[in-house]
Design a protein around this ligand. Sequence first.
Ligand SMILES: *[C@@H]1O[C@H](CO)[C@@H](O)[C@H](O)[C@H]1NC(C)=O
Ligand SMILES: *[C@@H]1O[C@H](CO)[C@@H](O)[C@H](O)[C@H]1NC(C)=O
Ligand SMILES: *[C@@H]1O[C@H](CO)[C@@H](O)[C@H](O)[C@H]1NC(C)=O
Ligand SMILES: *[C@@H]1O[C@H](CO)[C@@H](O)[C@H](O)[C@H]1NC(C)=O
Ligand SMILES: *[C@@H]1O[C@H](CO)[C@@H](O)[C@H](O)[C@H]1NC(C)=O
Length: 454
Amino acid sequence: MRMLHLQVLCLVSVLMLCKGQDSECDNFTDLFFHESFIGTNLYVRLLLYTRAKLECGQELPHHTFTSQPLFNLSRPTAFVIHGYRPTGAPPIWIDHLVHLLARQEDMNILVVDWNRGACNLNYFTAIANTRGTAANLTGFIQRMQDEGASLDSIHLIGISLGAHVAGFIGAMLGGKIGRITGLDPAGPMFAGVSPEERLDPSDAQFVDVLHTDMDGFGLRGAHGHIDFYANGGSDQPGCPKTIFSGKAFFVCDHQRSVFLYLCALNRTCNLTAYPCSSYNDFLNGQCLQCEAFKPASCPVLGYDMSPWKDTLVKLGQTRAFFSTSNEFPYSKTSYRVDIVTWNQYLRWGVVILRLHSGKNVMETRMDHNRYRFEQYTSTRLLAQFDEDLYPIQKISLRISTGNVIGPRYKLRLLRIRITPLNQPERPLMCRYDIILEENMEVSFRPLPCSESND
Ligand SMILES: *[C@@H]1O[C@H](CO)[C@@H](O)[C@H](O)[C@H]1NC(C)=O
Ligand SMILES: *[C@@H]1O[C@H](CO)[C@@H](O)[C@H](O)[C@H]1NC(C)=O
Ligand SMILES: *[C@@H]1O[C@H](CO)[C@@H](O)[C@H](O)[C@H]1NC(C)=O
Ligand SMILES: *[C@@H]1O[C@H](CO)[C@@H](O)[C@H](O)[C@H]1NC(C)=O
Ligand SMILES: *[C@@H]1O[C@H](CO)[C@@H](O)[C@H](O)[C@H]1NC(C)=O
């Protein structure tokens, strides 16, 4: 009886020990909403996560960090810097981002918690605190350098206002840190300011930026060596378009940048971006060339930019575009469609392309411009679908015009060639000599392409 008692006691104390270890987790500062009214003073905390301790953050001291054995200065270090936090609650994506980063490389992940500076109903106070946060983190990085860390292996990932914090740190360190990733850099109060007052390509050896809300909380323009514009960079599919949707109306487009980045880090999304001067030109199929990056593809949003980095730095600043669907996993399946016609056709019309695989059909409407099919000239279109069907057994094509009465124009296609853009290993699909009548669908089985390319 006494033995049992002891054993139980033992078990209890072991459990308590475990629990004790648990509460040693240092968590992101969780402020009460009322604190955003009264305001709080800037205080910068660093929460360390490593593969060895991924479930639990460890607050790293600013000065005596060498005493933390998990912080290994021979490894790369990623700083995750959040933005404005009007409600004071911790960001919902921290755990997710930390886990995905740890999977990329064995590194130190430092979640920067400047919530006490970012949580304020007054956005201007948060902006003012970006400089203090940047100065504080710069001091920390300099001490890391003193202890032997290399600036090359430092990656700052800044979200919204955090992207500008990253830019300020980069500038204070002479643009020598390895990389800055900006996720929808904050726009309000940063529009039209000089490069010193916002994120710009001179802030690091390599700067990559993702834009999702340029007409709202995000910043217009180009701020990195590569700027990725999701769906043109302003409005995201699936996000509410009216104020009646409440909070989502305000934050959905802006937050999408984080969700797309998470999806890309997990390689669930293949977001290949095409360099182009505008989203419209991209949608019109005018920018599907990737020769500049050979043997690599066009740049893909994500952690590993090594196949493109050198080319992008040489090019200076590149704007690149991709489209997404409205929900996870966001990726679209894209095809390049090249059509050579026997006669000329210069009219308004929507080109509707349907791909069939067994009982499944997916459709896309290409209505981005006035179609200009010149005689014997190849016209290029971009067809994007929310789903990926494979193999394609039947293709349907229709040109829909407003012209419902009167004679229908006919267009004789000498050749249609459909090239899968996401899966280069899949075969090209062709068909030769098709008569297309306005508002009438033609269907055909794809054939292998006879010529290799032109
Ligand atoms: C951190 O959060 C966990 C889970 O919510 C909790 O169990 C733990 O006590 C917290 N740690 C501290 C130091 O507050
Ligand atoms: C620190 O990281 C380096 C490189 O990954 C590794 O060789 C070394 O063993 C690590 N040191 C400790 C104490 O874990
Ligand atoms: C950064 O802030 C922390 C917490 O307030 C402080 O201990 C540290 O000295 C600051 N570092 C610099 C360089 O200001
Ligand atoms: C990564 O993606 C897989 C499948 O797409 C999913 O099951 C998994 O939960 C994702 N992991 C993270 C950390 O997002
Ligand atoms: C993403 O692209 C890579 C290479 O192009 C391919 O191996 C992978 O299967 C693709 N993933 C998805 C989810 O389409």
